[in-house]
Write a protein that binds this ligand. Structure first.
Ligand SMILES: CC(C)(COP(=O)(O)OP(=O)(O)OC[C@H]1O[C@@H](n2cnc3c(N)ncnc32)[C@H](O)[C@@H]1OP(=O)(O)O)[C@@H](O)C(=O)NCCC(=O)NCCS
Length: 255
């Protein structure tokens, strides 16, 4: 990261291009987060690696604050723009869901997903929700979230999806980070969300982002399941993650 920041201060040609330098810093922070997450975040790494990861957290947090203070986003790749959704976006999101969920749980799953995203989310929860769009208007990812009215310290992520062609590039994590910062700026100290027990990708994703699975007496395949959580026969895995005052990493968490 230091090398890239240094390079930006001495760009070839001697130009003092501040916006290019800022873009380089954003890229460097995103790359460092991703690299350190991959290298030092895994459960199997211990001792020195863990220590290095913990030591790097304050540096990444400082860089994150640097970007935030200058109104930068979280280093979304070039060609993908971040914005809040509008009511007209609802149909666009519904239209990609079957493909993005790969028909998960068949017709029933498809209907359930569509019913979980009525227009009201795009009308009344837009400030806490995000879309990532390509230059050509193609939808790249979305996150629908809100702040709990009943539990003011809690932010809730209701739905997230990333275009399969952009997966495992950190987009889901960055959208979550965007929401974490929003929730923290409104005084939240925790973020909650749920998923279907059979959505193993979603379970792995939330574990990868430092969410803890809420305990339960019912364990299936080593995962705590909340029976009938969303209605009879609608079991769920529920997650909670603490966030600090900046919505950034706290030591011991991965991103
Ligand atoms: C779940 C989903 C949003 C993840 O988005 P993504 O942009 O691919 O995720 P990221 O690249 O940010 O992954 C962050 C971390 O989550 C974990 N993770 C993500 N996808 C994973 C997978 N398929 N298998 C195992 N771990 C995974 C990893 O720890 C990853 O970090 P790493 O790549 O450094 O190892 C995406 O797979 C998706 O849209 N799935 C279909 C919709 C869905 O199931 N949504 C969730 C329920 S609402």
């Amino acid at each position: 990261v230091g090398a890239i920041i240094g390079m930006t201060a001495h760009r070839p040609g001697g130009t003092n291009d501040r916006s290019a330098a800022r873009a380089d810093v954003v890229k460097a922070v995103a790359a460092a987060r991703q690299f350190l997450g991959r290298r030092y975040g895994r459960g199997e790494l211990r001792g020195g690696c863990r220590q290095q990861w913990s030591r790097s957290v304050p540096l990444l947090n400082a860089l994150g604050r640097f970007c935030k203070d200058r109104g930068m986003n979280d280093g979304f790749p070039a060609g993908l723009a971040l914005r809040h959704p509008e009511p007209e976006d609802q149909l666009r999101v519904l239209d990609v869901m079957d493909a993005w969920w790969a028909g998960f749980q068949g017709e029933t799953g498809s209907l359930q997903r569509r019913l979980l995203l009525p227009r009201l989310f795009f009308q009344h929860f837009a400030d806490s929700s995000y879309l990532l769009e390509r230059d050509d208007g193609h939808l790249g990812a979305f996150l629908i979230g809100f702040l709990s009215q009943s539990q003011p310290q809690v932010g809730y992520i209701h739905f997230v999806g990333v275009d399969p062609t952009f997966r495992r590039a950190g987009l889901g994590a960055r959208l979550y980070n965007q929401f974490f910062r929003y929730a923290a700026s409104h005084g939240c100290t925790a973020v909650r969300c749920i998923t279907s027990p059979s959505n193993t990708t979603s379970v792995a994703f939330h574990a990868g982002l430092g969410f803890a699975v809420d305990p339960s007496d019912t364990m299936i395949d080593g995962i705590a399941i909340q029976r009938d959580y969303d209605g009879r026969g609608l079991d769920r895995v529920t997650f909670t993650r603490s966030i600090d005052a900046d919505g950034l990493l706290t030591s011991g968490q991965r991103r």
